[in-house]
Structures are given as structure tokens and as C-alpha cells.
Ligand binder design. Structure first.
Ligand SMILES: CC(C)(COP(=O)(O)OP(=O)(O)OC[C@H]1O[C@@H](n2cnc3c(N)ncnc32)[C@H](O)[C@@H]1OP(=O)(O)O)[C@@H](O)C(=O)NCCC(=O)NCCS
Length: 181
């Protein structure tokens, strides 16, 4: 979280919002997305086509969706839901004694991918957890196509790639958290 530094923000009538960031000395612009907490069921709009395509809508429901410690983030541009992320109180399987959070069901609308939305959702979730739950670690099972996204956000691969039927090959990632005070 601390690796990415916001340098500048501008907004042109909210229609072309940009942020200038610096990551390890390299400056880059990303589209600003308004991120807010939403209900699990609101995420189905993107969970279904992007993560459960061809499966019944009920397959979108996740066990801890309604746990009081879970939260769901929706990223909006021009009032349209363009990205989602869910965070749930589950420790990583090899860290069961610890207070861990699992990120699940991260997805960005195809028209908005590679514009930094998933990164902003992840960074917002870090911020919320830093201000509240303060987990020992955050982990996730990533589709291997998205490996770079998680590495760029400070996660480390752990264990070997594995298959989750019928979705495909996944890699587990973990990020051990540290807090300033
Ligand atoms: C994976 C996904 C969530 C990424 O969202 P995104 O908003 O496009 O990601 P970002 O723009 O924040 O990407 C940041 C960096 O991650 C990497 N990255 C993201 N998606 C990538 C992809 N499909 N292939 C390779 N690298 C990728 C890139 O390094 C990217 O930086 P760059 O665009 O400057 O090269 C999105 O592509 C998606 O919803 N895919 C379909 C559903 C899915 O597979 N979800 C993943 C569950 S683990």
C-alpha cells in the first residue's frame, strides 16, 4: 500500500477523472473510480458474467458473503458498476491460527480493464483493513492470468499452482501486513 504514492488528482466535470501515481519511481496515470461498500448481491452484476459465466446465478453466492466481518467494494464510473472486490474473514490454510482475510471475486468490467480499477479496489481494501480489522495477513487464490496484478500490489506467491474445477489454474498469494501504530 505504501509503495504506491498519489501525486496529483484532477477531475474534468467528473467525466474524465485522472490520478497521477508514482510506483517505485515510475509515474503513471490511472482512471479514478469511486469506490464504496456495497451488498454482496450487488456484486452479482459482475460476478456472474465474469466469474461464473454459464453457471446459475446462485453459483455467485459465497459462503461468507453475509458474515458481519465481510465487506464488498464496488467501483463506479459515471454511476456504472465497473469493478468489484470482496473481503472475508478466513485465514490462509497454512496460517490457520492467525487472523487472516481472504480477498475473493475480484473482477472488472471488460470495457474498463487495464485502467487500474482492480488496483484501486485492492488499495481501498487495504486502507479499510488498516483502519479496522488489521489482519495478520491477506491472501487469495488468483487465476494465473492475474498474477502480475497481485505481485504489483505486494502479494507473494505461496505454494504450487493448482486447479479449481471448472475455473482453471490458480496460484495462491499472501501478503503479511504490518501497521505503523
Ligand atoms: C484480473 C482483473 C480483475 C484485473 O483488473 P484490472 O482493473 O484490469 O487490473 P489493473 O488495471 O489494476 O491491472 C494492474 C496490473 O496488473 C496486471 N494485469 C491485470 N490484468 C492482467 C491481465 N489480464 N493479463 C496480464 N496482466 C494483467 C498488469 O501488470 C496491470 O498493469 P498494466 O495494465 O499497466 O500492464 C480483470 O482483468 C478481470 O476482471 N478479469 C476477469 C475476471 C478475473 O479473471 N478475475 C481475477 C480473479 S483472481
Amino acid at each position: 500500500m505504501k509503495d504506491i504514492k498519489k501525486l496529483y488528482f484532477s477531475s474534468y466535470k467528473d467525466s474524465f477523472p485522472l490520478k497521477l501515481y508514482s510506483y517505485k519511481g515510475v509515474n503513471f496515470l490511472i482512471m479514478k473510480v469511486d469506490i464504496k461498500k456495497i451488498k454482496a448481491i450487488q456484486t452479482f452484476e459482475l460476478r456472474h458474467p465474469l466469474l461464473r459465466k454459464g453457471q446459475p446465478l446462485s453459483s455467485c453466492a459465497l459462503d461468507l458473503d453475509d458474515d458481519p466481518q465481510s465487506f464488498h467494494l464496488g467501483g463506479y464510473q459515471n454511476k456504472k458498476l465497473v469493478g468489484i472486490l470482496s473481503a472475508m474473514p478466513t485465514p490462509c490454510p497454512d496460517q490457520k491460527a492467525q487472523n487472516g482475510i481472504q480477498f475473493r471475486a475480484i473482477a472488472v468490467h471488460p470495457d474498463h480493464q487495464r485502467t487500474g480499477i482492480a488496483t484501486q479496489l485492492i488499495q481501498k481494501a487495504f486502507l479499510i483493513l488498516d483502519e479496522g480489522h488489521r489482519p495478520h495477513h491477506i491472501w487469495l487464490n488468483a487465476r494465473i492470468v492475474a498474477n502480475t496484478l497481485y505481485i504489483a500490489n505486494g502479494f507473494t506467491p505461496t505454494g504450487f499452482p493448482f486447479d479449481i474445477h471448472p475455473i482453471g489454474t490458480h496460484q495462491r498469494f499472501i501478503k503479511r501486513m504490518s501497521y505503523e501504530s
